[in-house]
Design a binder for this molecule. Structure first.
Ligand code: VGL
Ligand code: ZN
Length: 194
């Protein structure tokens, strides 16, 4: 169990219907099971007075992130749709950050990247955490092998100390072992995986 304090924030990555509900367009098999672990952490963090921040994948109707527009993913998390909404069982109590709003790939909750031009940009997350004096991050959510790993790697780059809770994340595993490889990359970068 990790301890929460005023310098620690909980980051809940992309617990949205399209990833976490069986009717979602990019449903991650283990996601429903993980929501109760995520909610446990939200309650623990709030009880300690810690900041809780939620990210949301938030795409336009057309983006090179989607298969139909030349990318790799089925249409998911289109802004203001049921699929993009937070899962109905998720406890909500904190700030939320949207990523990918301009049609970029937004795997990391900290930064986005235009898949065509390669141009990168930032979300509001880094500034928000700095404003609150956060040094340490606890990361939970979906998907281990995409948004969670990229967020954890960025957290290290941005100067935070991330801990990823393996019972509170779920992976896509397009290739068997993707989640395990993601955990290894996070550890190599200096993130703690528990
Ligand atoms: C994600 C695939 C595409 C994620 C987002 O939240 O992990 N995965 N867009
Ligand atoms: Zn996406």
């Amino acid at each position: 169990m990790v301890d929460y304090d005023r310098e620690t924030a909980l980051l809940v990555v992309d617990v949205q219907h399209d990833f976490a509900h069986p009717s979602g367009s990019l449903f991650v098999q283990d996601a429903p099971e993980v929501i109760k672990h995520v909610n446990r952490e939200i309650e623990r963090a709030r009880a300690a007075g810690s900041l809780v921040v939620y990210s949301q994948d938030w795409h336009p109707e057309s983006t090179p992130h989607f298969q139909k527009d030349g990318g790799v993913w089925p249409v998911h998390c289109v802004h203001d749709t049921w699929g993009a909404a937070f899962h109905e069982d998720l406890l909500l109590n904190g700030h939320s950050i949207k990523k990918g709003v301009g049609g970029e790939d937004g795997y990391s909750a900290f930064s986005v990247r235009d898949p065509v031009t390669g141009e990168t940009g930032e979300t509001e997350l880094g500034a928000l955490l700095h404003k609150h004096g956060i040094q340490k991050l606890v990361i939970v959510g979906i998907a281990t092998d995409y948004c969670v790993v990229e967020t954890a790697l960025d957290a290290v780059r941005y100067g935070f100390k991330p801990t990823v809770l393996s019972d509170a994340v779920a992976g896509v595993d397009l290739q068997p072992g993707d989640s395990e490889r993601a955990f290894a990359r996070m550890r190599e970068a200096g993130a703690v995986v528990v």
